[in-house]
Write a new protein. Sequence first.
Length: 187
Amino acid sequence: MSVYRRPAVTGARVFFTVTLAARGGDLLVREVELLREAVRVTKAERPFGIEAWVVLPDHLHAVWQMPAGDRAYGVRWGAIKARFTRAVREKGCRVGFHPTDGAPVGPGMVGWNPTLRSASKVRKGDAGLWQRRFWEHHIRDEADYWAHVRYCWVNPVKHGFVARPEDWPWSSVHQDGRYVPGIWLGM
């Protein structure tokens, strides 16, 4: 079993990158409502604050504010990923990759192929939809906080999906008045 060395800080602000196992598809934006529901249910069970969030086709970035006395963000991500995976399967989304070369098998078929899972994923019952881990960074100060919020908002521009952050529909840039058009592009 893996032992992660994480800061013993409770109530922290934390930046995350969470990625699908198979890059290059559009599952997260195509099924964004299933992802939103997975987040909503998880937040109701184990509260946390969302400071910034952006969903891209095959990965997402977020800045969370953890509650005082709580640092169990890994449990929350595990629940979100499991709920989303279960919902995708229940909906009958066509997801998969060709069993020999890993290429997508037709229009809209992105995600995972259970036959391509590693032996350890099979043993653990992992569907293989998500990369097993996520990347996290504990926010150090206000400048670091704003750099990571800005990173979330500007990421769709960086990837070439839109010209301006406010044009990306799956972003928290639309949620509050902190975003000022034009000043965030100088990353």
